[in-house]
Design a binder for this molecule. Structure first.
Ligand code: GTP
Length: 601
């Protein structure tokens, strides 16, 4: 294709502002699919994504509009996938900024716009949902200018739902977004944007050609990985998979090259011609590091192998999560898993449950701590990374502990501000800024806080959602490590520590958390024939305590009167329940008790 006719763009938006709906409309308007072929949302191809309305895997669709080739790159909208967003944006020259005309600018609108500006994008504002009675396009234009500093005078007014303004959006893409630049005669240089596993094709690689061209049958080299492969398929998605003879300078498309595992491909790697290599590689991308860890255990120990196989399968498509085997006295054999964030954790957990039919126990999420140790008789002073509270070293050797901090931006209607400030304060937050944006009914507070990440992984989203009835929006990025007064708190049931319940917490909040956990366990653990102490302790010091009083006598015999089938059913149920009990210094704790205790953090 003539490079001057190519436009590569992304759609950026806050969650729910209509990105996927708009993408579908653009596909439909350009004839990529007939009405009948349009499923509800063609770009979100995983069930979970559809249900949650979020986009995880970036995909690219090629559209044809008035003699131009438009490559629309889908990007995920959530904070946990900020990295996926930035690498997709790097393959484009511009972006459609979709803002809901009834909601205005939200936290992720801003985060995404900044990422786009960083890539030197031409940004085309699209004010969506103008069909809504509450739509206030003029107010939103003003917000875009005021908060983001973009000229919104030529913003396109659209309704992705009813189809208003869709052609104007396509015309604006052609008119405003610059064509790519590149040298078609230079040796091949292409960026590896994304890769995923397809059961029929093997690993599929999404590429953006910078210089030269990429043809079927070509021997290519991954400059960073140092590997060579033979290209066996080249093509694009319209959104149907379409094979092509080549991808030329400036184009985005896919290739396959008989690669077995996604792990062999590195996002950001430079692909070049093995016979005529490019002189220099592209600057490349940073490696993504998991920031949140938790243990995943099968409820039924017999499902351990199945869990392992399922994790391997999931990893085929998502190289950003990690796992290694872990054993716990309370929960048996399982895996310690690392994720990009809490949402990422939830998605993996949900896919395991739903697609792989596994019943799982998840331990409390933990962040990565840097622990500075003094030297001992046998070891030098050193710094270790701690992913699991159970591996906390001997407190006597700990010089200091550092924890990751984030900067969070929250947008909220004024009425919830007080509750939000209190929540952030309770979570050791440091307020950095508080301003108001918009006017009249549209006015909202924008508040910025620095918070320790470990306070955020601990049910922060849920609390924020519930205290603001879903009206606040939230975004964050990491700002580095800081020293904190952190301790490991253990939970003891009948004098025995329960490893799965231990956690690292700030000394100041340890007592409150310990007390909460003891109270919950008291409710959750059934009474026995003897008294059971439940304690929270730091080192050897008990900071909270509850006692489950003893049953006077064995009353179970009385419970089962009545007809025989009912009795049999009860017995079966009980047998099943027994299998899931864990023994703690002669105390049986039903697995449900762990789950409930962990759920409530
Ligand atoms: P994520 O994938 O979660 O980032 O959301 P999204 O930005 O892709 O939003 P999506 O397209 O899923 O739309 C969110 C909701 O808004 C859906 O219920 C859409 O039907 C609705 N919606 C999208 N565009 C319009 C519009 O122009 N008018 C109205 N009234 N509703 C719309």
């Amino acid at each position: 294709t003539d490079i001057s006719k190519i436009r590569n763009f992304s759609i950026i938006a806050h969650i729910d502002h209509g990105k996927s709906t708009l993408a579908d409309r653009l596909i439909q308007a350009t004839g990529g699919l007939t009405e009948r072929e349009m499923s509800a949302q063609v770009l979100d191809n995983m069930d979970i994504e559809r249900e949650r309305g979020i986009t995880i895997k970036a995909q690219t669709v090629r559209l044809t509009w008035k003699g131009h080739e438009l490559n629309l790159m889908d990007t995920p909208g959530h904070v946990d996938f900020a990295y996926e967003v930035s690498r997709s944006l790097a393959a484009c020259e511009g972006a459609l900024l979709v803002v809901d005309s009834a909601q205005g600018v939200e936290a992720q609108t801003l985060a995404n716009v900044y990422a786009s500006i960083e890539q030197d994008h031409e940004i085309v504002p699209v004010i969506n949902k103008i069909d809504l009675p509450a739509a206030d396009p003029e107010g939103v234009k003003q917000e875009i200018e005021e908060i983001i500093g973009l000229d919104a005078s030529e913003a396109v007014l659209a309704s992705a739902k009813t189809g208003i303004g869709i052609e104007a959006v396509l015309d604006a893409i052609v008119a405003k977004i610059p064509p790519p630049r590149g040298d078609k005669d230079a040796p091949l240089k292409a960026m590896l944007v994304d890769s995923w596993y397809d059961p029929y094709l093997g690993v599929v690689i999404l590429v953006r050609v910078i210089d030269g061209s990429l043809r079927k049958g070509m021997a290519i080299k991954f400059m960073q990985a140092g590997t060579t492969h033979l290209v066996d398929r080249v093509g694009c998605f319209t959104p149907k998979r379409t094979d092509l003879p080549e991808l030329t300078t400036g184009e985005i498309g896919f290739i396959t090259a008989q690669i077995k595992e996604v792990a062999e491909t590195r996002v950001g790697d430079t692909i070049t011609d093995a016979k005529r290599p490019a002189v220099a590689a592209l600057p490349g991308f940073k490696e993504v590091q998991p920031v949140v860890f938790c243990g995943l255990f099968p409820t039924d120990a017999a499902e351990f192998e199945k869990l392992r196989d399922s994790l391997y399968k999931l990893r085929l498509n998502d190289a950003s999560f990690s796992f290694e085997m872990e054993t716990s006295a309370a929960l048996g054999f399982g895996f310690r898993c690392g994720f990009l964030g809490l949402l990422h954790l939830e998605i993996i957990q949900e896919r395991l449950t739903r697609e792989y039919d596994l019943d799982l126990i998840t331990t409390a999420p933990s962040v990565v701590y840097q622990i500075h140790l003094s030297h001992s008789k046998t070891e030098d002073a050193q710094t270790i990374e701690l992913h699991n509270p159970a591996d906390m070293p001997d407190p006597n050797r700990i010089e200091s502990i550092e924890e990751p901090w984030i900067e969070a931006t929250i947008y909220t209607p004024d009425e919830y501000l007080g509750a939000i400030l209190k929540l952030c304060q309770d979570r050791r937050g440091i307020q950095k800024n508080l301003t108001y944006v918009g006017t009249g009914a549209h006015q909202r507070a924008q508040v910025t806080y620095e918070l320790p990440l470990n306070e955020v992984v601990f049910d922060f989203y849920d609390r924020l959602k519930s205290i603001t009835r879903g009206y606040a929006s939230f975004d964050y990025h990491q700002i580095g490590y800081r020293t904190g007064d952190l301790v490991k708190m253990s939970i003891l049931v009948n004098e025995e520590p329960v490893d799965a319940l231990s956690m690292i917490t700030h000394r100041g909040t340890a007592e409150q958390r310990g007390r909460g956990m003891c109270e919950r366990l008291k409710e959750l653990i059934p009474r026995h024939l003897f008294k059971i102490p439940i304690q929270a302790a730091i080192g050897g010091k008990v900071i909270a305590r509850e006692t489950i009083s003893a049953l006077r006598k064995d009353v179970t015999a009385k419970c089962y009167g009545g007809d025989a089938t009912r009795k049999r059913k009860l017995l079966e149920k009980q047998k099943k329940g027994k299998a899931k009990m864990r023994e703690y210094g002669s105390v049986s704790i039903p697995q449900e008790a762990f789950i409930a205790a962990l759920r409530m953090g």
